[in-house]
Design a protein around this ligand. Structure first.
Ligand code: ATP
Length: 136
């Protein structure tokens, strides 16, 4: 079994999609083992997005992620890291495949940052690092 850190970004929480997104993960067979709603602290976002520091979308991304509450969760299951990223779909909601969270529910038009509803860790190392950022 494996663990991943997911975030429901402020657009997802504000649009009332928390339940729908968690429903899709549970329906796939993943277990929610930690769940919390938080207002992200600046140092949490700096740590979470350290790899993107200096990129043109970094500040808009941090501002967006600070714009309202987000939901952090730990999911467990076989190959859940790859599996949740597959459920989430491609980064850009406009071109994310139908059937995915971003493809079915995302709306990114006219934005400086991709407001793409969710984040999921991309490797076991990222998952361990990110879980420690969002959970004690
Ligand atoms: P995740 O958000 O799950 O990490 P990802 O791998 O698709 O998925 P990253 O490349 O890690 O995303 O980028 C982090 C976030 O930054 C994206 O989810 C998106 O919100 C935003 N982002 C990434 N690339 C761009 C871009 N070129 N323009 C605007 N926003 C972007």
């Amino acid at each position: 079994t494996e663990r991943t850190l997911i975030l429901i970004k402020p657009d997802g929480v504000a649009r009332g999609l928390t339940g729908e997104i968690l429903r899709r993960a549970e329906a796939k067979g993943y277990r929610i083992t930690r769940l919390t709603q938080v207002e992200a602290r600046a140092e949490q976002l700096a740590a979470h997005y350290a790899e993107h520091e200096g990129k043109p979308f970094y500040q808009p991304l941090v501002d967006f992620m600070s714009s309202g509450p987000l939901v952090a969760a730990v999911l467990e299951g076989d190959r859940v890291i790859e599996g949740f990223r597959s459920l989430a779909g491609a980064t850009e909601p406009t071109t994310a495949a139908p059937g995915t969270i971003r493809g079915d529910l995302g709306r990114d038009w006219g934005e400086k940052v991709q407001k793409n509803l969710v984040h999921g860790s991309d490797s076991p190392e990222s998952a361990a690092r990110e879980i420690s950022i969002w959970f004690d």
